[in-house]
Design a binder for this molecule. Sequence first.
Ligand SMILES: [Zn+2]
Length: 422
Amino acid sequence: MADLLSLSTQIIDDGAAIFPVRINQELSEIDDGVAVVESFSNVIALATDEGLVLSDTSGALTGGAVVKSLRGWSNDPFHTILYTHGHIDHVGGAGAFVSDAADRGDRAPKFIGHENLPARFERYNATAGYNTLINTRQFSGAKKMGIGGEHRFLPESTPTPDVTFRDRLEVSVGGLQLDLHHAKGETDDHVWGWLPERRMILTGDLFMWNLPNAGNPQKVQRYPREWAAALREMSGLNAELLVPAHGFPIGGAERIRRVLDDTATALETLVNGTLEMMNAGEPLDAILHTVKISEELLAKPYLRALYDEPEFVIRNIWRLYGGWYDGNPSRLKPARDTALATEIAQLAGGVHALIERAEELSEAGEHRLACHLIEMAVLADPENKRAHGARAAIYTQRRSGETSLMAHGIFGFAARESEAKA
Ligand SMILES: [Zn+2]
């Protein structure tokens, strides 16, 4: 058993170079009767007189290993299982818990989730092809977050919740009191929990040892303002123990307040800065290149942009309060990308001119511009092997300078696409 609280203290207080998000299916007891299994999503187990209350189930490929780890710690039945939200790394392992209960002859566990969760499951089934594609792109070759490539689709064995709620739900099981709060944040079905007797918060993904995943370029709307408000509410509780669904748990009231408030401040900076400029009539382009989170905040070991990025969060804020029109009228009803690219290539004197300039810009570190030009080159001449060779090299170069999993995934995917055509 690892001393997870000591590890998180070393990271937060002393800047120890330990990566806090691990997937090893190992169980650690962090308090009397409280265990965390570090997995695809952590699974948190709370012992009660009537059986175990659990938060999340990990993913489809890891749920069985988590159950095994839990069974090494407790023989009590799985009484109640909370879905903190409907992402498949949190619900996908549920089938393993149901099977374990059936094998042991226990009553099936009761699943609790937010009332928006069933609609999410329906949406996943309606967009299974798209989700498989984007998750392949997002997670491809990106192991540094500690997140594997299992984000595929919802297993058929995933139970929908037996109990749903809208704003608050008080759960009482075998002497344990768990107050559930709904807050929009990473999803519209997010739930966080407060255990008043233990002064413990279950954050779900509202805290995740990273800049919040509030911008994800390929996924549905996130809610940064509501997310920050939920973090402020948690911060006001003076919790002694904070247990996220990814990464180490954190102990100590002052430390917990600090990480929650810093994370809220990061989100509020982006929300307020974006809204201020929107209200002043600025286009998205100006906002994207003006509104920033301080370097000091982004350097915190729990706010690094390793997963998502401030720039992507700004786009999500724009989409939420504005719309998809970015303020540039040429993009309201644009020409086909190929038509514009062909026109520019002709003006430049041929596709080769675009390729050469893209390569120069890439070498000079002007990756944004380099990518615009090389995209035009392949759009204008999709069979051009030289253009694809340059495109693969330019995106590989660009990827190497990025920090976030999202940018790594998408730029890496583009590079591989062209490698195959070069
Ligand atoms: Zn998650």
